[in-house]
Design a protein around this ligand. Sequence first.
Ligand code: GRF
Length: 200
Amino acid sequence: GRLVVLVSGSGTNLQALLDASADPSYGARVVAVGADRDGIEGLDRARRSDVPIFVERLKDYPTRESWDLAIARKIADHEPDLVVSAGFMKILGAPTLEAFPVLNTHPALLPSFPGAHGVRDALAYGVKVTGCTVMLADAGVDTGPILAQETVLVRQDDDESSLHERIKSVERGLLVETVGRMVREGWTVNGRTVIIGGAS
Ligand code: GRF
């Protein structure tokens, strides 16, 4: 299966998918990496693996809608079977969501602590267990159907950075496992429902 991965930062989730796809039996490979900004390690990771990249910056467009269309076109150029938003910090608009199944990851146990500061919010709330979620992206913020979750214990001496790093080490494995299953088992997505197993 052809994956287009979208990043905005360090790209450790992307790296896990690049590493997994080195094994032909994984069943998926990263055919392109897209970003909403330049100068991030995620793009360097793509370059090191000779994977085509594209950057679409919101500020280069007159309206949000024109950016939505531009990013959807760039994704379409690579004919993905699945788009993976891995630490991508923009909400994808209808042109992308209506054209492709989009997977997203979140470093908390949704529906708890959605949004851009899930780790900080969980820590501030004082939860003893948090974790990560792999879900389908929909038009909302972290509101799509949940596909997989994994727990991570919060330590007494954790700060946001130590907890997020520990979550990310679990998150990248969950993402690789979920993407692999989707591609090998031929999951199909119809709106908000995911049909597990090939459509007969
Ligand atoms: C991940 O925890 C992702 O869920 C969150 O930000 C982090 C991105 O990490 N949105 P990376 O860019 O994949 O290293």
